[in-house]
Design a protein around this ligand. Structure first.
Ligand SMILES: [Zn+2]
Length: 211
């Protein structure tokens, strides 16, 4: 069984401000497509969040799509109990210091992408055409396909591959315009840990899946 973590609110804004330029920090200047917003490779850099009005407590989703951040003690617990990868999240002031001397207060959960699709393409296409008038678009810049977005309740039941990981992202990309995101699934244990650490930030809901 897989769980979905659904954002109840967002906390924190990416740095630098504006557009989607924070993606250059995560994936490199040439590591994401300016046209469709899809990263072209693995994340190589740290997420940087503006410190203004952000208390890095518990677990939360910043205002930039589906990234999950957590305070350092919770990251230690997640790392010791589950097979998860975490990457330091930094404040802008910390970028001026030697990385070895920075006291990391928060971490991002890295969610590996699965290598097989979650959805039957015909079934997904039918649902998205009915909702949006089109299923998705092929990006002329990078050649990647992106499905139109839809809340999970209205999607067909996904077939999420079972793997020995505590979190997995869909092979499919979704989004409109420059927005691009994957769907995520979490093991019940990890979902419970994160929901209990941030009940006002994240809801844990079972994915209806047929695998
Ligand atoms: Zn593209």
């Amino acid at each position: 069984m897989w769980m979905e973590l659904r954002e109840r609110r967002n906390r924190g804004w990416p740095w630098p401000d504006g557009d989607m330029s924070y993606l250059s920090g995560l994936y490199g200047e040439d590591g994401w497509c300016r046209s469709c917003g899809i990263p072209q490779g693995k994340q190589t850099g740290s997420l940087v969040l503006q410190s203004r009005a952000l208390s890095p407590t518990g677990v939360w989703a910043p205002n930039l799509g589906r990234y999950i951040c957590m305070e350092a003690p919770l990251a230690d617990k997640a790392r010791s109990d589950f097979s998860v990868d975490l990457r330091p999240v930094l404040f802008p002031s910390q970028l001026r210091h030697d990385p070895g001397n920075v006291e990391v207060q928060m971490f991002q959960l890295l969610i590996p992408r699965g290598d097989s699709p979650w959805f039957d393409p015909d079934e997904l296409s039918n649902v998205l055409v009915a909702a949006h008038g089109e299923a998705g678009r092929l990006c002329e810049e990078c050649g990647k396909w992106k499905w139109m977005p839809l809340i999970p309740d209205h999607l067909p039941a996904p077939s999420i591959p079972s793997r020995e990981v505590a979190a997995i992202a869909s092979q499919e990309w979704f989004g409109d315009g420059q927005m691009a995101f994957q769907l995520d699934a979490f093991s019940p244990g990890l979902a419970q840990l994160l929901h209990e650490a941030g009940p006002r930030d994240l809801n844990a809901i079972p994915w209806q899946h047929v695998a």
